[in-house]
Each structure stands twice: as C-alpha cells, then as structure tokens.
Design a protein around this ligand. Structure first.
Ligand code: GUN
Length: 376
C-alpha cells in the first residue's frame, strides 16, 4: 500500500493524495459509504460504481462475524468475492459496534465479552480474535481493536481506556505479524487514536500510534456526544502528531460541514451512516442545505430532485415523486434517497479535492460551510 501526497494547501492543513491498494487506487480526500453487513443499504454495487462513483466501501467486523459468520465468508473466498465489490474495502474492528450495540458487555485486559444483539449468544472479542476475523473477511484496510469511550467520560476513565487501547494495539500488531493474508492481496492495519476530549491523552495516544509507523492512521472516539468545537480541536491537535506522509482517517464523521472542516485540518478519509440512514428518513443533503422531503411543501414540487446533483436519480425523479414514495414507505424511495445522498457526499469530497489542487480550498470551504448550513 502506498500513499502519494500530491497537493497541500498553503493556508490550511488540507491535502490531496492517492492511496493505492491491491484492489485499486483511492483519491483522497475520500468518503467511504458504510456497508455494515456487506451491503450498502438499498444500493446496488453497480450504482456505487457507476452513479455514486465510490472508490472504497466499509464493512463491520462485529456484524459480519455474527452474520453470515466466518465459515461462509471463508468458503466464499472473502468479502470481496462474497458481495462482488472488486474495489478497495475497509473493515472496522468491532471496537465501536461492540460498545454501541452488544448487550452485557464486560471489558477486561483480555478483551470484551458480550452478548449478540441478534440472539443473545455470548462471545469474546480480543485483539487477536479481531485480527483473525478481519483476515477471514479480507478487507484491504483493517482497523485495530480499540475501546471507543463516551464523549462525556471523565479524565481517569478516558486515560485508562486510552492506555488499554494502546496495549491492545501492540497485541494487534503482533498477531498481524504472525499471520498472513488469506486471499493473496495485501492487508494493512490502521491504528486508532483515542483519548476522548483531553488534550494530554490525545497527544499521548497519537504519539503511541505515530511510533508504530503504520500505512495509515485513524482518529476515533469523536462525534460521540462531545461539543463540535472540541471535536475540531482534537482533530487539529492529533494531526500535529500523526505523520504527514500517511493517510488519516476520521472514524464515523459526519455532516458535510464536519467533513469540510476536518479536511481543512488535515483529514483524508471519512465514513458515516448519515447519508444512508438519514436518507432513508427523508433527509437529503444538497449544496444549498438539507431538505426534509417528508415536509408538505414538497408534495407539489415537480422540479428535479437536485438540479446540481450528479447522479441519475437527481434529474430523473422529482421532489414530489420522492415525497410520495417516502410517505408511502416504498422501497424505491429508500433507494433514491440513498443514491442521491451518497452521490452528494462523493461530490463533496471530489470538489474539495479539486479546490485543494487549485489552491483555494480554504476560501471555498468558508463559502460552502455557510451555504450547507441552510434548511430548505
Ligand atoms: N467508528 C466511529 N468511531 C469509532 C472508534 O472510535 N473506534 C472504532 N473502532 N470505530 C469507530
């Protein structure tokens, strides 16, 4: 895996580059659609490739381990073959889902025991088992097993949690060194910086992560209930320590504005369920702000869904039609909204990249943030 940093801004930390994996290249900054159980909800692979122009998608270790399970994934030849996505894949480690979804979880030095949210069955995730599972899934980029502590954790809890994540990272690295990829393509482990909203903890965690010299690094534990300003402050601080010549991935963030602000602070990769989940609830993201397509004001609006949108749904369907589909809970409505929103998120990062290349990212970002903040 290589990262070729091509452009850097003179008046902010924004950068544009190309991350190359065995399944192809990714132009950064990039947004990665979330495909939790191996499918980006309501969207075909063909649409991801041709309409949304996604370059990399995500899968979740926690979900894929529970269903379809490792035997199926192994026999299928890994997730790429199972779901027929031939471009790069990244899997999250379960270090977030186990804390947000699983029941009766218990954290020890060894790992986390939990009960499945599906059938209540009992499981243990350890740094070693999570590396083994991610070997079977076979993503190009795999994430370290971490504890994502809540945004309102006190300093003592956040410190112990960050240190535990650091010890787990050492065990992840050891396991990766002892094992081989199963399907002939390279897999790279990205460590995750934690430390909640405490600058001293973030600094220490970022130093531990930077010392590993990984192919890329992630910032976790943000957008979990802390104020937005704190989130930006932590990103800024962390990126003064993480190596400049490796991609930086901000996990689980965020709104279009969050993404533009994080790019200005040196982040290269993003994922978030917002475009798909909010889309299924009728929230559409556009260059002029967000639309709640459920509102009565759209019932009689026969103009195109989004005249500035680049996917075919934007010109083919009207606002009134999508209003009707969402109200009648038609499956097609979920599909149209998801395709529109994902295409918008990919346009957003594509435009960001273009402005970084042109050298006017900072002023463009300031104007866009004002525009995106509207509710239409
Ligand atoms: N997704 C969003 N935040 C996090 C995090 O802190 N850790 C992991 N593993 N995944 C995340």
């Amino acid at each position: 895996m290589t990262f070729d940093l091509q452009y850097t801004c003179a008046d902010c930390e924004a950068r544009a580059g190309v991350l190359t994996t065995d399944h192809g290249a990714i132009e950064t900054p990039i947004f990665m659609p979330v495909g939790t159980v191996g499918s980006v909800k309501a969207v075909h692979m063909h649409e991801l490739e041709e309409d949304i122009r996604a370059q990399i998608i995500l899968g979740n270790t926690y979900h894929l381990y529970l269903r379809p399970g490792l035997d199926v994934l192994r026999r299928a030849g890994g997730l790429h073959r199972f779901n027929s996505w031939e471009r790069p894949l990244l899997t999250d480690s379960g270090g977030f889902q186990v804390f947000s979804l699983a029941e009766n979880r218990k954290i020890t030095e060894e790992g986390v025991t939990f009960r499945s949210h599906i059938d209540g069955s009992k499981h243990l995730f350890s740094p070693e088992s999570v590396m083994d599972i991610q070997r079977v899934i076979g993503a190009d980029i795999i994430m370290a097993f971490d504890e994502c502590c809540p945004g309102d954790a006190d300093h003592d809890y956040a410190r112990r949690s960050m240190l535990l994540t650091g010890r787990w990272l050492e065990r992840c690295l050891k396991r990766m060194a002892e094992t081989e990829p199963l399907y002939g393509h390279e897999q790279q482990l990205f460590p995750i910086v934690q430390g909640c909203v405490y600058p001293d903890l973030r600094r220490r965690s970022a130093e531990m992560v930077a010392a590993v010299g990984a192919a890329g690094n992630a910032i976790g534990g943000l957008a979990v209930g802390e104020p937005t300003d704190k989130m930006y402050e932590m990103i800024e601080l962390t990126n003064t320590i993480l190596p400049k010549d490796r991609p930086r991935y901000l996990m689980g963030v965020g709104t279009p504005i969050n993404i533009l602000e994080a790019i200005a602070r040196g982040v290269d990769m993003f994922d978030c369920i917002m475009p798909t989940r909010n889309g299924r609830n009728g929230q559409l993201f556009t260059w002029h702000g967000t639309i709640n397509i459920r509102n009565a004001k759209w019932a009689d609006d026969y103009s195109p869904l989004d005249p500035e949108g680049t996917s075919y749904v934007d010109s083919r369907y009207s606002k009134a039609y999508l209003h009707h589909l969402i109200h009648t809970q038609e499956l097609l409505g979920l599909q149209i909204a998801s395709i529109h929103n994902l295409a918008f998120y990919l346009d957003l990062v594509r435009q960001a990249r273009e402005h970084i290349r042109q050298g006017d990212y900072r002023s463009w970002k300031t104007a866009m943030v004002r525009q995106l903040d509207n509710r239409l």
